[in-house]
Design a protein around this ligand. Structure first.
Ligand code: MG
Length: 380
C-alpha cells in the first residue's frame, strides 16, 4: 500500500487523483488531504476516502471543518502542512501556483517522493528545488502531461543521446485568431479549452500560451536539458504529448488520449503501470495529426519563456509571479485578456536579474514582482 497525501485535493488534478485512487483501493491509501476554499467538497472527500488528516489554510476554515466533519484530525496553517507530510510515501502536489513552493521544499527536506502537478513551483525556484531533491535523493515525478510523456521517453536513456526535447502545445482556444477578436475575450471564454478540462489558472495560461512558457522552464529543470535543446510544436489534436529526438536521428513520440488521469496514474504507481479503465486511442484518433514548429517570434508568451530561461537567475521567478497576478486580475475582470502577456513583459523588463543563492532570494523577488504587477494594474 502506498500512503499518499494530496495537497490541493479539491482542485481539478486533486479530484482526478482521488478518482484514480478509488479504482485501486488495494494499492493506495489516502492518508491526508488538504484543500482551500471548497470546504463542502473537502468534507465529501474525507467521508469517501477516510483520511487520517484533513488540512486547510486558515483557522476559520479549520473551525468550520471541525463542526462539520467528525473522524479525521483537522489541521491548519504551516503546522498542518508539517503534520500532513508525516507518515506518507508520496506527496501529490496539486495546488494552483506558487503557494506550492514551500510545501515542496519541506517535502524534499523530509525525503518524500513528489508527484508534481504544480509547474509554477519549478518556474519560481527550479534550481533550488532540483538541487535539493538531488541531494536528498528525492524523485520528482511530473504529472503535467507533456512532462510525463518526456519523463517516460527519457527513462533509462543517457542525456548525451538526446538532441532535442519537443513539447507539444494545442495552441489553446484562440490560436491563430485575429487580434480584434482576442481583445474581447471574456474569462468565461478563456476557461473553455478545446482539448483539456482544467482548472482556471492553467486554462487561462493555455489560452495566452504562457502555459508553454512555464512548461519549457519546467522541462529544463526536471530533465536538466539546456534551453537550446527544447522545442515546442503546435499540435492541435493533443494526442502526441511529447517527443525526443535522439542523436542517431530517431524521433520517439509518446501518445495517449488527452486525459490527465493517465499521467496521474503513472505518477502514483511509478515505476509500475496501472491497468487504467479509460478510453484507449483508436486508429481514427491518429488520422490527420498535424505538427508545426511554434515560432516564438509570433507567440509573445513563448518568447518571454525562452527569454527568462536564457537570462536565468531570478528572471523565471519574475515571469511566474507577474503572470499569476495578471491572470488573477483578468479573471476578476480588472484587465483585458490581451493585457496579460504585455504586463508580464513590462515587469520582467524592470527587473534586474541576479543569481539565486537561497530561498529568501526567490521569495523576495516573487513578492517584488507581485507588488509591481499589482501597481501596474491599478494604474491601468
Ligand atoms: Mg501541460
Amino acid at each position: 500500500m502506498k500512503r499518499i497525501a494530496i495537497l490541493g485535493s479539491t482542485g481539478s488534478i486533486g479530484r482526478q487523483t482521488l478518482e484514480v485512487v478509488s479504482i485501486f483501493p488495494h494499492l493506495f491509501q489516502v492518508v491526508a488531504i488538504a484543500g482551500g476554499k471548497r470546504l463542502d467538497l473537502l468534507v465529501e472527500q474525507a467521508r469517501e476516502f477516510s483520511p487520517k488528516k484533513v488540512a486547510v489554510t486558515g483557522e476559520e476554515e479549520a473551525k468550520w471543518l471541525k463542526e462539520h466533519l467528525k473522524g479525521p484530525e483537522i489541521l491548519w496553517g504551516e503546522e498542518g502542512l508539517n503534520e500532513i507530510l508525516e507518515g506518507i510515501d508520496l506527496l501529490v502536489l496539486a495546488l494552483s501556483g506558487s503557494v506550492g513552493f514551500l510545501p515542496v521544499l519541506k517535502a524534499i527536506e523530509k525525503g518524500i517522493e513528489i508527484a508534481l502537478a504544480t509547474k509554477e513551483v519549478l518556474v519560481m525556484g527550479g534550481e533550488i528545488i532540483t538541487q535539493r531533491a538531488k541531494k536528498k535523493g528525492v524523485r520528482l515525478i511530473p504529472i503535467d502531461s507533456e512532462h510525463s510523456a518526456l519523463f517516460q521517453l527519457l527513462e533509462g536513456r543517457k542525456k548525451e543521446e538526446v538532441e532535442s526535447l519537443i513539447l507539444t502545445a494545442s495552441g489553446g482556444p484562440f490560436y491563430g485568431m485575429k487580434d480584434e477578436f482576442v481583445k474581447k475575450v471574456t474569462p468565461e471564454e478563456a476557461l473553455r479549452h478545446p482539448v483539456w478540462k482544467m482548472g482556471p489558472k492553467v486554462s487561462v495560461d493555455s489560452a495566452t500560451m504562457m502555459n508553454k512558457a512555464l512548461e519549457i522552464i519546467e522541462a529544463h529543470w526536471l530533465f536538466d536539458i539546456p534551453t537550446e535543446k527544447i522545442k515546442v510544436f503546435i499540435h492541435p489534436q493533443g494526442i502526441v504529448h511529447g517527443m525526443i529526438l535522439l542523436m542517431d536521428g530517431s524521433l520517439l513520440a509518446y501518445m495517449a488520449q488527452p486525459d490527465m488521469r493517465i499521467p496521474i496514474g503513472y505518477a502514483l504507481s511509478y515505476p509500475e503501470r496501472l491497468n487504467l479503465p479509460f478510453k484507449r486511442l483508436k486508429t481514427q484518433d491518429l488520422l490527420g495529426l498535424t505538427f508545426e514548429e511554434a515560432d516564438s517570434e509570433k507567440i509573445p508568451a513563448l518568447k518571454l519563456g525562452f527569454w527568462a530561461l536564457e537570462v536565468g537567475g531570478t528572471m523565471p521567478t519574475v515571469l511566474n509571479a507577474a503572470n499569476e497576478v495578471a491572470v488573477r486580475a483578468f479573471l476578476e475582470g480588472r484587465i483585458k485578456f490581451t493585457e496579460i502577456v504585455p504586463l508580464v513583459r513590462e515587469v520582467m523588463q524592470e527587473h534586474k536579474p541576479f543569481l539565486i543563492k537561497d530561498v529568501e532570494d526567490i521569495l523576495s523577488v516573487h513578492r517584488w514582482a507581485q507588488q509591481l504587477t499589482w501597481r501596474k494594474i491599478e494604474r491601468c
